[in-house]
Design a binder for this molecule. Structure first.
Ligand code: F6R
Length: 613
């Protein structure tokens, strides 16, 4: 939820850290701070507010140090304030620490440290870390760098919860130590420089060679080397991974906002997701999967588990797996799944969807599924993310970095990938006609072109957004697959426009929520399923009678005069229609947010990667 950057090299650290924080601001933007190693000790500059606030602090341009750590915060313990901003220091001011995650036993540790004479100046859980490091450092002797390393390791052994931390010390002006547990952290490496970050895109412009850290690997950094130690402080070698994303993918590239860019990147993103999974004779395959017919026949239940938008992609996956593989599927919100004692055994397949691969609830649910002997597959966008280290098998959406907090291209690429997985399973299980599978496969291949066509609705959506941007409540209705899109459209609108919205199965409206429909309220209807269109029209008729304004997204031939605005999208199968029908709704949320003058890419209270439970 917070963003961490670090630099150790030959250049001035401060501008590099500020640039990295600016790129990471989507992870949290309540406050920001940096600490560098200067000739006279550790500098520390921090304040509440955005990174731009930090970069205008008096004296920041005077920092000369070539080693530094930095942080942009999404507050958990303690309100946004200078005292609660990171970096935090120990009482002697010889250790500076930035931290992402939550220390669950911090009050216990704080009591212990207070009993040992330490004082605390913030309400954060993080402040125990530099003081614990100091405590263990003082218990040891000698001056070699292993004393520093041991102190950090001993402090980490006392921490319960999740953490990614960077530590610098005035005692060791040429080093930095970093470590993670259940929180993301990567190290980019190039000759005589190391870049540390919570996320790859923030440092992609410097290098494509990364060390992807596992939990509790302690890294002792100097500008020309990185030494890796396990939890017993045995040194080991670690290989770098080359990341294929290019740096331009993490820039706005002429667009006003990342979200708009990412909406318009969807044709390319989907081409990348399809990648080489479909052959010229429409056969669907996954090199990373090796299921036999018997393996799949042994699966009697599938759970798809995720949060937010990723969960909405899972709802489409349910329809694909049930129709093509004839296996019952349950879709669960990760934070609920864990606590409802789900029935899982070795005949269960659990599919976890996470763009970031770092969502704490999803990872915790994955650990639970594994402990009950289920087979686990992770669908993610981020190579080497935490989820890929936990799951039995990982498959990648290859959508490129998604920077805007509101997920767009990640959702559509997740839907495509889960459709492809369902087709691949269906081919092996042979429970539906093979020609039907070829038709579904062809439909997936036609998507990039159809998305391009759908994006042409941009002006029509913009005009409608200008009419309704001041409204207080908006309703989204659909049946079948269209209800899953209603949910996603409603979420998108809420998170970036702050307009209250509800999504409903169209037939359910008259069982209660229709009481909320009054003259002038906006109702958005999604109708792509020819077998349900008449029924949905009847439900819309009910709201029109009560004075609602209507926007319709449809691939069907309907009487347009009945509605205020009708956006026509290309026809496609049940499995792919959400990828098209969501596009006008993504654009609607975007334009409403712009009309209201809001920060589209960084909506209030939200962060891109939710690494706390
Ligand atoms: C909404 C959104 C969130 C995420 C959710 C899961 O636009 O982005 O609802 O979908 O927080 O995140 P990941 O996919 O990273 O696990």
């Amino acid at each position: 939820m917070c963003g961490i950057v670090g630099y150790i090299g030959t250049k001035k650290a401060c501008p590099i850290l500020i640039a990295g924080l600016t790129r990471l601001e989507y992870r949290g933007y309540d406050s920001a701070g940096i600490s560098t190693i200067e000739n006279n000790g550790l500098s520390i500059m921090k304040d509440k507010g955005r990174v731009s606030n930090l970069s205008s602090l008096k004296g920041i341009d005077d920092l000369e140090g070539t080693i530094g750590i930095a942080h942009t915060r999404w507050a958990t313990h303690g309100k946004p304030s200078r005292e609660n901003s990171h970096p935090h220091q120990d009482n002697s001011k010889s250790f500076s620490v930035v931290h992402n995650g939550i220390i669950e036993n911090y009050s216990e540790l704080k009591n212990f440290l207070e009993e040992n004479g330490y004082k605390f100046y913030s309400q954060t859980d993080t402040e125990v870390i530099p003081n614990l490091i100091h405590y263990y450092y003082e218990k040891d002797s000698g001056n070699d760098v292993l004393r520093f390393l041991k102190a950090v390791r001993n402090a980490c052994s006392d921490l319960r919860g999740s953490f990614a931390i960077e530590v610098i010390s005035s005692h060791y002006p040429e080093n930095m130590i970093v470590v993670r547990k259940d929180s993301p952290l990567v190290i980019g490496t190039c000759e005589s420089e190391k870049y540390i970050s919570s996320d790859i895109p923030a440092i992609l412009s410097y290098t494509r060679d990364f060390y992807l850290l596992d939990d509790l690997e302690f890294v002792l950094l100097a500008n020309n080397n990185a030494r890796f130690f396990d939890n017993d402080l045995n040194e080991f070698d670690k290989k770098t991974t080359n990341i294929e994303w290019n740096a331009a993918a993490a820039e706005k590239d002429g667009y006003d906002d990342f979200m708009l860019k990412e909406i318009f990147e969807q044709p390319t993103a989907i081409r990348e997701t399809i990648g080489s999974h479909i052959s010229s004779d429409y056969d669907c395959d996954f090199d990373e999967l090796n299921f036999s017919k018997t393996d799949l026949e042994n699966i009697n239940k599938i759970f798809i588990i995720a949060c937010g938008t990723a969960m909405h992609a899972g709802l489409v996956g349910k329809i694909a797996f049930e129709r093509l593989c004839r296996i019952p599927v349950e879709v669960d919100i990760a934070s609920e799944f864990r606590y409802r004692n789900p029935i899982i055994d070795e005949h269960t397949l659990c599919i976890f969807i996470s763009q970031s691969g770092e969502t704490a609830d999803t990872i915790a649910a994955l650990k639970l599924a594994k402990s009950s002997n289920a087979t686990t597959i992770a669908i993610t966008n981020v190579v080497g993310s935490s989820i890929t280290r936990e799951a039995d098998i990982s498959v990648y959406t290859h959508a490129g970095p998604e920077i805007a907090v509101a997920s767009t291209k990640a959702y559509t690429s997740q839907v495509v990938l889960i459709d492809l997985l369902a087709i691949y399973f269906a081919k092996i299980l042979n429970r539906v006609d093979s020609e039907y599978l070829v038709d579904v496969t062809k439909d997936i291949l036609s998507l990039p072109k159809k998305i391009e066509e759908t994006l042409n609705c941009k002006n029509q959506v913009y005009d409608f957004a200008k009419k309704i941007y001041q409204e207080k409540d908006i309703f989204f209705l659909g049946r079948g697959i269209d209800e899953t899109v209603a949910k996603e459209g409603s979420l998108k609108l809420k998170e970036i426009s702050y307009i209250h919205s509800e999504s409903y199965a169209a037939g359910e409206l008259k069982h209660g929520p229709i009481a909320l429909i009054e003259n002038g309220v906006t109702v958005i209807g999604i109708m792509t399923d020819s077998s349900l269109v008449k029924k949905t029209i009847s439900n819309l008729q009910e709201v029109i009678t009560r004075g609602a304004k209507t926007l319709i997204i449809t691939s069907q031939v309907i009487d347009k005069d009945m509605f205020d605005v009708v956006i026509t999208i290309p026809e496609s199968s049940t499995f792919t229609s959400p990828i098209l029908s969501i596009i006008p709704l993504q654009l609607l949320a975007y334009y409403i947010s712009k009309e209201k003058g809001l920060d589209v890419d960084k909506p209030r209270n939200l962060a891109k990667s939710v690494t706390v439970e």
